[in-house]
Design a protein around this ligand. Structure first.
Ligand code: GAL
Length: 685
């Protein structure tokens, strides 16, 4: 039965991909596919056919086009030329290739910024940006928004009903802020709307410190360097809201002229933190990100966490809109991924919930800033070596699409992540090596290894589906977030707070209680003092003997039923013999505070303890170190994905017989070579 259902999905998906006149898909995505960034505007039209033929051979199912082509789309003000793009989209369709249409606002044409210099961004030192690179626009400029909206609208009118166009990408990698007078006024208005009165703002920012009190809104500066923590956090929130409204202008223009089946997304950047991605993602159909290794090789922990982070923006599967076909051009040393690693990485993406993987780029422009970047075809227009590996990925995705369609990673464990907290810690690290993302990864690595699936979500996300919630360095804790966490514990969840949690209010002010602030009472304990460490301090207790690096918090238990799990050994005297981890049962729930940065082995034991206590019972499969194991599921079946990142071959015994999706047949054990991948389904036909 199940097999038939899968076969039906497969047929539908492939029919819409391969039909001679491509029918519009009813869903907002295609199940599993590879794509490429293609820039037809850089080549004579006579070349397009060859490009698309080679793409089709490589099982490429979509091209992303247009995102830097404004000067071709509107060569002079109000003169639009989209006919060439219509022809490119049509030709792609003939090759059974869908199109993701990029709006071109990341690179305004020279005539535009010449005529409207106010659309150029003002750098933090007051100088104006110039034409010649990209992202030179001011995201807060009303004029720029008007021009970008008009362009997006033109595109939507032309392509909003085009069956070959499956969706939209707004702009490209939001990044640069602007600090000119218009932005300053907007920021002051934003503050007024948020704080209401200057008295309120002054009090919440504690501006009597250093005579910072404001008597007029116009006095408040912009920017986020070396300022009052309340001011800096507000600025970052304003920046995020401004990206959201900038994006919304284009989304609205497109929505008004397009069919609802077309998705709208934008390409984000993993752990990049210059805006709050939860804010910006709200208006998108799904999140997408650009996944570049840069120098070195795939780090499955960091990269996997970035996938899970992106999946958490909207709590659903996502796209990898761009990834490197081998190498980039912007690192110090732009080594290539090893042979086989591009494929391993693509499957690692899917394992974490990616439904599409796009390669940047198809072919390099013959001039321009990125001549050295990895591509799929060379400057002569014929395939480079990595083309065949990408083609293999494409063929495998086609084979696996029906099995993976509708499946997603489903976690019983969540890690909380907040931009407010990351900013707050990064502005006052107190120990310069204290990186809040590394703190998150120290938990993530073991949680992922032992529980197989981990969500990374915002502190305000619904938490009731999770048996265990871990909050590393949740430094800023708003009242609403505290309430969500308290509720979670009271409903029977196990909450683990990591170092530096619950220290700050929503205004980045110190909580009037010690850490973890509003959770102190529930914990029946608190942080007596924090210490930035010169060298690791020893630890001992329930999770064995280990050490804490960079940071150590001396904890105290005030409630009689708060237990001490770990204690510090001899170090700076203050910490000697003091609690390093405490826990308290609350009804059916539990709250734990870990004041130490646990070393790998101790973390492994701590995670084992957390999972057991929370009754998380992961699939029992013995996965060797260096093999990435992930599960995607829907209501009927599970798909298991193994990726061997070890230099040597690995054998894995499966606890049950499974269908080998890529090779056919049934298997009950695996032998995986270096970078080898196995995709298995629990559904045995
Ligand atoms: C991305 C960008 C692409 C291209 C790529 C090169 O950040 O979106 O346009 O520049 O980097 O790695």
């Amino acid at each position: 039965m199940k097999y038939k259902a899968i076969a039906a999905i497969f047929y539908f998906a492939m029919a819409s991909l391969a039909g001679s006149s491509m029918a519009a898909t009813s869903s907002k995505t295609i199940p599993l596919s590879i794509g490429v960034a293609w820039y037809p505007e850089q080549w004579p039209e006579s070349r397009w056919e060859d490009d698309l033929t080679l793409m089709e051979k490589a099982h490429v199912h979509w091209v992303r086009v247009g995102e830097f082509a404004w000067s071709r789309m509107e060569p002079s003000e109000g003169v639009y030329d989209l006919d060439w793009l219509v022809r490119a989209v049509e030709l792609a369709g003939k090759h059974h290739i869908f199109v993701v249409m990029g709006t071109p606002s990341a690179s305004p044409p020279a005539w535009l910024t010449q005529k409207y210099p106010e659309t150029l961004r003002t750098k933090e030192d007051g100088r104006k940006d110039e034409h010649g690179n990209r992202q030179q626009f001011d995201w807060s400029s009303p004029k720029y928004r008007e021009l970008a909206r008009a362009m997006a609208e033109r595109l939507a009118v032309r392509f909003g009903h085009d069956p070959n166009v499956i969706g939209w990408q707004i702009d490209n990698e939001y990044a640069e802020q602007s600090f000119g007078p218009t932005t300053r006024t907007q920021f002051q208005q934003w503050l007024k709307a948020r704080y209401g009165t200057l008295d309120n703002l002054n009090q919440r920012w504690a501006t009597s410190y250093w005579s910072q009190s404001y008597t007029a809104w116009e006095q408040i500066p912009v920017g986020a360097t070396r300022g009052n923590p309340g001011l800096m956090l507000s600025w970052q929130r304003f920046v995020s809201d401004t990206w959201r409204s900038y994006q919304k202008v284009q989304i609205d223009a497109i929505r008004a002229h397009s069919e609802p089946r077309q998705f709208i997304t934008t390409n984000m950047m993993g752990f990049f933190d210059r805006y709050d991605h939860y804010t910006v993602a709200q208006d998108l159909d799904f999140a997408a990100w650009d996944d570049y290794v840069g120098q070195g090789h795939l780090d499955p922990t960091r990269n996997g966490a970035a996938h899970d982070l992106t999946r958490g923006f909207l709590r659903k599967n996502f796209w990898v809109m761009e990834t490197q076909p081998g190498f980039v051009n912007w690192s110090q040393d732009n080594n290539a991924l090893d042979k086989g690693e591009v494929r391993a990485m693509a499957w690692h993406d899917v394992a974490h919930g990616a439904d599409a993987v796009g390669y940047w780029q198809w072919r390099s422009a013959l001039n321009g800033q990125e001549e050295y970047h990895g591509t799929l075809i060379g400057s002569d227009g014929t395939p480079v070596p990595v083309y065949s590996e990408v083609a293999q990925v494409g063929a495998e995705f086609d084979r696996a699409a029906a099995w993976l369609s509708g499946t997603e990673p489903q976690a019983e464990v969540a890690i909380l992540h907040s931009y407010d907290s990351r900013w707050a810690v990064n502005w006052q690290r107190h120990n310069q090596s204290y990186d809040p993302v590394d703190a998150l990864l120290s938990y993530y690595k073991q949680l992922r290894r032992q529980a197989h699936t981990v969500d990374i979500v915002a502190p305000l996300a619904p938490l009731s589906r999770y048996k265990l919630v871990v909050a590393p360095a949740l430094n800023v804790l708003s009242d609403g977030e505290a309430k969500n966490l308290i509720e979670y514990v009271r409903q029977g969840g196990h909450l683990v707070l990591g170092q530096r949690s619950g220290m700050k209010t929503v205004d980045n002010a110190l909580q009037p209680q010690r850490q973890p602030g509003p959770l102190t009472e529930l914990l029946g304990g608190r942080v007596e003092q924090y210490y930035a460490l010169e060298s690791p301090v020893p630890l001992d207790g329930q999770w064995g003997s280990g050490s804490s690096k960079l940071w150590a918090e001396q904890l105290g238990a005030s409630a009689p039923d708060t237990e001490v799990l770990m204690r510090y050994g001899r170090s700076n005297g203050w910490l000697d013999g003091q609690p390093a981890a405490i826990t308290r049962r609350v009804g059916n729930g539990r709250i734990t505070y870990i004041g130490a940065w646990l070393d790998g082995m101790t973390m492994s034991h701590a995670v084992e303890w957390m999972l057991t206590d929370a009754k998380v019972r992961p699939v029992a499969v013995d996965v060797p170190e260096g093999v990435e194991f992930s599960i995607r599921r829907d209501a009927q079946h599970e798909v298991w994905i193994f990726v061997n990142l070890n230099a040597g071959a690995q054998r894995i015994k499966l606890p049950q017989t499974m269908t080998d999706v890529l090779h056919g047949g049934n298997v009950n054990q695996l032998s995986l070579d270096h970078f080898d991948v196995s995709v298995l389904s629990s559904n045995v036909p």
